[in-house]
Design a protein around this ligand. Structure first.
Ligand code: BG6
Length: 283
């Protein structure tokens, strides 16, 4: 096991066959293979050349979730800049027969001059991806290196691959208040297992349970969160047809975005402070 490095991506692998591939562009995980099976959804038309955020895998959302209408992030494009910048490979940080980790870094020096102007806060991000035999662990550290406090959101925009959306149920959200972006309303989740039968775009705030994605009643993925209070559930359904980089047209039947994040409110980071969070997907 170990790490292999190419000009625009890094692959980690274990002797038992598991692997994970990360593009330097956006530090986007684009593949996670266990038992010869791909666990993440990646659109066949996803742009991997740095011209557009990657449609699939695990894009990183920072410093704003969605599009802000006011404040310092309002000038940024949807979901911020972390997913559209080329990150630095810091290196492999540990390795054993059962686990291997790689770290990536992003700071103002990796941003275009335009982006540096748009978000002029000195900051440092360190992103760690750890592959084990049965899990994919993602950890983020955000550091304020300036003299002003800044507000931010963080989110792992994870596209999980599922065999058939009609058999999928998402467990762990019952009783949680959510903002429904499709109907522009708020509600409380009533289902112990949320079924996906049409377009879904919801921000569940302050989720105390671990979310489990099931298929035909059997657990497929368990998404454990540390310091990430919110969960976004997204499936574009037939809107996928209108998305230039979404393919095949019915690919929405093989994916569900279960996004661990800190997005329902701003997080403040004071000078010389760090904020750490993480998500682990267990199979
Ligand atoms: C989700 C948002 O997290 O990301 C949706 O809740 C959005 O509203 C989706 O459509 C995809 O965003 P993008 O910018 O990658 O097309």
């Amino acid at each position: 096991g170990g790490m292999s490095v190419e000009s625009d991506n890094v692959t980690l692998s274990l002797p038992s066959g598991e692997s994970v591939k990360v593009l330097l562009y956006g530090a986007t995980v684009i593949s996670w293979i266990v038992d010869g099976q791909e666990k993440l959804f990646l659109s066949e038309k996803a742009k991997l050349d740095g011209t557009k955020p990657v449609r699939g895998g695990i894009p990183l959302v920072f410093p704003v979730f969605g599009k802000a209408t006011e404040g310092p992030t309002a000038v940024l494009t949807q979901h911020g800049f972390a997913r559209i910048c080329k990150w630095e490979l810091l290196g492999k940080t540990s390795e054993s027969e059962r686990s291997v980790q790689v770290d990536f870094g992003l700071g103002p020096e990796n941003l275009t001059a335009g982006l540096q102007k748009q978000w002029p806060y000195p900051f440092g991000l360190i992103y760690s991806v750890t592959l084990t035999r049965t899990s994919l662990e993602t950890k983020i550290l955000v550091r304020n290196e300036g003299s002003e406090t800044f507000d931010f959101n963080w989110l792992f925009h994870t596209y999980l691959r599922v065999p058939d959306i009609s058999t999928v149920g998402v467990e762990g959200l019952k009783g949680v208040q959510y903002k429904d972006k499709v109907t522009a309303s708020e509600a409380t989740e009533e289902n112990a297992e949320l079924a996906i039968v049409s377009k879904v775009d919801r921000v569940y705030a302050n989720v105390s349970n671990t979310v489990v994605v099931k298929s035909g009643g059997n657990p497929l993925y368990r998404v454990e969160r540390t310091n990430l209070e919110d969960v976004v559930i997204w499936n574009p359904w037939e809107d996928a047809v209108g998305m230039a980089d979404f393919s095949p047209d019915d690919g929405y039947k093989n994916m569900i975005c279960v996004e661990a994040g800190a997005v329902s409110k701003w997080h403040k980071l004071e000078p010389q402070n760090v904020w750490e969070a993480g998500a682990v997907i267990h199979i």
